[in-house]
Ligand binder design. Structure first.
Ligand code: N01
Length: 557
């Protein structure tokens, strides 16, 4: 739809527009509706679920345990929902979110299949006009961007793809009815979490698999298992205490982080600790020692442990060497969690190609061209990641004060106050935005904290008749400085990761999430609120009373 047509589209009005119907959008709708606000959720997908609606690739599952990756706002919901596995599959997570939408009667305020293209501030009465590609316009005082941090898939510019005669897929926009690779030769490009999860399953089905690896990643086994009645019962009983613990933890996970330095213990003790964490399965490995992400020598002990594990799992020493991550600190790229990833390379029908030895030069009609060799394949899977954290926000033409766009404001990298608000954009909130722990944490714990904080802020503001508030430039600058200082004190900035935008050509190299920890961050947000929303300023909204009166006027047939 053209911009002119959008401006003429009929306009509807609510208190809050929420963009996105994943975990964040659903929770925001439930919370704000409960506080008496009218809300409209606009969602591009044809179903709710966000990440879990789109990422349907084989093996897609969450690498945070199911019990920790669920809403806590309703005790009844926690009691009713019976998770079937330690790590939930995509299908189960989508079923859960569909259940939440029905259970809390959320669907009546959600418009599906609506892609938001612009959000423009009308400064005079401090109101946002949000337009969709489908031609709707919604006006709202508050705008909550629940657009997800990993929601804009990235397809690398590999020449020749348009001429490829086979089928190709991206893990993050997988066909809803699945893909059958039986009898096919398949190439997977990318060995991040999505590649590492999908490769073992694709290998089982396909006639042959080529794995095109540019950077080897560290992966911990999941040790996933079905949850028996007894374990489930215990997890449900422990849920409240467990969630409370995660809220003040570093990563939003239930496994306590060990406060010791990796260098303060004997080699034997260190080995035992790593083995214990390894056997726990999954992300608790990150908390094995306190200094793994701040001290290079400590970090190298973790890297060496992983290298030994990989060598022990992979039969062919040459393949094992290629699978050893090198050239960046352990954990500085997101640690993956797998089920049988390294073991997959022991299959005779799986070949690892190290793109550092020979680059991926292009796609031919029959396959992939690596160095001088054409490898014929029937299908290509791109597990090549996302334009993370800022991609979904930058895709929308968001215009704040003086018509200044978010794209302009963030041209040198994202700048926020607390990862929640942006100076010059009054009434706009980002859920788990850059500058908050976000992707360095259990997303559900962080989403709940943000949604509740935002809802409190809106209630506070309305009670005072202020209607809107806005982050000040000074508070934002101080926060950005703090976020950068914390990042610079870690080893995170030493890897070419998507945390830094390094995977997107031309994207400013800025470490986007806040590395100060979930607990410390929550405390800071609580302090800001307790001090009367310090760092925000009240914005009078003159049209508010009039518009509210208009809305409640009786409808005459
Ligand atoms: O994406 P990634 P992802 N030629 O960016 C490679 C979350 N997640 O979808 O590292 C060749 O990590 C790229 O190589 P390099 C989780 O937070 C969670 O796997 O840039 N290769 C890399 O190997 C995760 O971290 C879950 O050198 C190219 C890969 O593609 C995040 O999403 C599951 C290339 C991309 O890896 C993103 O994970 C899945 C090119 N031109 C995802 N371009 C769970 O909860 C890129 N690559 C389990």
């Amino acid at each position: 739809m053209t911009q002119d047509a959008q401006q003429q589209a009929p306009q509807q009005e609510v208190d809050v527009v929420v963009v996105g119907a994943g975990f964040a959008g659903l929770h925001a709708l439930h919370e704000l509706r409960g506080r008496g606000l009218s809300v409209r959720v606009l969602e591009a997908g044809h179903g709710v679920g966000g990440t879990w609606y789109w990422n349907r690739y084989p093996g897609a599952r969450c690498d945070v345990e199911s019990t920790d990756y669920q809403f806590s706002f309703s005790e009844d919901l926690v009691r009713e929902w019976r998770w079937s596995e330690r790590y939930p599959r995509q299908e189960e997570l989508l079923r859960y979110l569909d259940h939440v939408a029905d259970r809390f009667d959320l669907r009546r305020d959600i418009s599906l299949g609506r892609r938001v293209v612009s959000a423009v501030l009308e400064e005079e009465d401090v109101t946002w006009t949000v337009a969709t590609e489908q031609g709707e316009r919604w006006r709202a005082r508050w705008l909550i961007m629940a657009t997800g941090c990993l929601s804009v898939p990235r397809l690398p510019l590999v020449p020749g793809l348009e001429d490829f005669r086979g089928d190709w897929y991206h893990t993050a926009s997988w066909p809803a009815d699945g893909v059958d690779f039986t009898g096919e030769r398949v190439a997977v490009v990318g060995t991040g979490s999505s590649g590492i999860q999908s490769i073992p399953l694709i290998a089982e089905q396909a006639a042959g698999l080529l794995v095109l690896q540019r950077t080897a990643n560290y992966s911990v086994p999941a040790f996933n298992h079905e949850l028996g009645e007894e374990e489930l019962e215990r997890l449900q009983q422990d849920f409240a205490a467990r969630r409370e613990f995660t809220r003040s933890s570093a990563l939003g996970l239930a496994a306590p982080a060990d406060p010791r330095s990796a260098l303060a213990v004997s080699e034997e003790e260190r080995r035992t600790q790593y083995e214990t964490r390894w056997r726990m399965g999954g992300l608790p490995m990150i908390g094995a020692f306190a200094d793994l992400m701040v001290d290079r020598a400590a970090n190298e002990t973790a890297a060496a442990f992983f290298h030994d594990k990989i060598r022990a799992k992979v039969d062919d020493p040459e393949t094992a060497e290629k699978l050893l991550p090198r050239g960046y600190p352990w954990g500085a790229k997101r640690v993956c969690v797998d089920s049988g990833y390294y073991e997959t390379f022991n299959r005779s029908d799986v070949t690892l190609i190290d793109l550092n030895e020979q680059p991926l030069r292009g796609i031919t009609p029959r396959g992939v061209l690596v160095g001088e060799t054409e490898h014929e394949v029937d299908a290509i899977v791109f597990a090549t990641g996302f334009d993370a954290m800022t991609g979904a926000l930058m895709a929308i033409d968001i215009r704040g004060r003086d018509g200044r766009s978010l794209r302009q404001a963030w041209s040198a990298g994202p700048k926020t106050y607390l990862g929640l608000a942006v100076a010059g954009f009054p009434g706009l909130f980002t859920v788990t935005g850059p500058g908050s722990p976000s992707v360095l944490s259990n997303m559900v714990v962080s989403i709940e904290q943000h949604v509740e904080w935002i809802a409190d802020a809106i209630s506070w503001s309305r009670e005072r008749g202020t209607e809107v508030f806005e982050a000040t430039q000074e508070a934002q600058e101080a926060w950005v400085e703090h976020v950068n200082a914390v990042a610079d004190s870690t080893l995170f900035t030493e890897a070419n990761s998507w945390y830094l935008g390094a995977n997107v050509p031309g994207k400013p190299r800025v470490f986007m999430p806040y590395a100060g920890g979930v607990g410390a961050y929550r405390q800071k947000c609580d302090e800001v609120a307790a001090a009367g929303y310090e760092g925000f300023r009240a914005v009078p909204a003159p049209g508010a009373e009039r518009r509210r009166a208009d809305r409640s006027a009786p409808v005459v047939a």
